[in-house]
Design a protein around this ligand. Structure first.
Ligand code: SAM
Length: 328
């Protein structure tokens, strides 16, 4: 059977599925303050999500990440996790969450078969958290992180977006907190995909983050399993006290190694985070299109993927969708 390989030879095994566009935060860099969310009927049902995973698993998809919006706002998420883990070929079902509702759900998700979890946390300082997210609740996120560890998730990864003028002061506290709690911390360079006016000057770049950590927290060396081709550049503290990663989508794009596809909550397939075109899968799922035909359309869509996001060129066009409607 054909596999999800594009014309540049990139093999795709990683599908990120947004289960809702709703969110209980309003992060300034991600979404507008006022939002109209999708009606329930517009969201893909669990059965529709299961079907698309059953169709794409034989094409090479073996890794799923549930995201949103905030995926923990979707009722009965462990049920979906169980359905996806049971699909032949699926090796890994992970989650990206803001952690606000995690304390109550971590155990059930683990029991459903989920093993990988990324929790987004850009600031430990409650006031900074409020400025970034337009909401309060950092203490709930910290409780969620503890619950994830207790449930058995390992490693628990923390994702922090790095924005000049907004998050520099949080780099050191986050790095110390992650070391103390044995969490894997990853900084993500701020990307032009949110509601805010993005400017290159606002990106706190990978080398600057590393400088701050080395100066204030401790010297780092490339991790023993450092893979120059992987999206994250991973480092270890020389004294053995943990790891830090950086996803440098702007200063070191990893498009040539991209293995990801995304499905929005309303069932649109995007072969790149920054894609300007989408394949409407949900309509096909609902209008009687056969699995074989859907499979053929998905293969075609991935084969046509462009070379890269072009953020660093004058040709870059910002997609109309903001991150919360795509799924990070
Ligand atoms: N609500 C969940 C969460 O907060 O993890 C999942 C969805 S959120 C859109 C996924 C990730 O996208 C988060 O880690 C968030 O920080 C990141 N993100 C959103 N907008 C971004 C931007 N403009 N640049 C970089 N990362 C961004």
């Amino acid at each position: 059977m054909s596999k999800l390989v594009d014309k540049f030879g990139r093999f795709h095994n990683n599908l990120r599925i947004s289960v809702t566009d709703r969110c209980n935060l309003r992060c300034t860099y991600c979404m507008p303050e006022e939002v109209t969310f999708l009606d329930r009927a517009q969201l893909m049902s669990f059965e529709e999500i299961e079907r698309i995973v059953r169709i794409t698993a034989p094409l090479g998809i073996d890794k799923i990440r549930l995201t949103g919006g905030e995926p923990l706002l979707r009722r009965d998420l462990p049920t979906l996790v169980r359905m996806l883990c049971a699909i032949p070929g699926i090796k890994d079902v992970g989650l990206t969450t803001n952690g606000l509702l995690l304390a109550d759900q971590a155990q059930a998700l683990y029991e459903a078969g989920m093993r990988r979890i990324n929790i987004s946390l850009d600031a430990l300082d409650p006031e900074r958290f409020r400025i970034l997210t337009r909401r309060s609740g950092v203490e709930l996120v910290l409780q969620g992180i503890e619950a994830a560890k207790r449930a058995g998730f390992h490693p628990v990864k923390i994702n922090a977006v790095s924005i000049r003028g907004l998050t520099e002061d949080e780099v050191v506290p986050l790095a110390r907190y992650a070391r103390e709690k044995n969490l894997e911390l990853r900084f993500i360079e701020y990307m032009p995909i949110g509601a805010d006016q993005w400017e290159r000057d606002k990106v706190l770049f990978a080398h600057e983050i590393l400088e701050i950590i080395e100066r204030e927290v401790g010297p780092l060396v490339p991790a023993s399993d450092y893979d120059p081709k992987a999206p994250a550049m991973d480092f270890e503290y020389v004294d053995g006290g943990g790891r830090v990663g950086i996803i440098a989508s702007i200063s070191r794009p990893f498009c040539q190694q991209c293995n990801r596809m995304r499905l929005t909550a309303e069932g649109k397939l995007r072969n790149c985070l920054f894609a300007l075109d989408e394949l409407d899968i949900k309509t096909m799922l609902r209008d009687g299109t056969s699995d074989d035909e859907i499979s053929r359309k998905v293969l075609e869509n991935v084969a046509d993927k462009w070379e890269g996001h072009e953020i660093n060129t004058a040709r870059f066009v910002k997609p109309l969708r903001t991150m919360h409607t795509i799924g990070g």
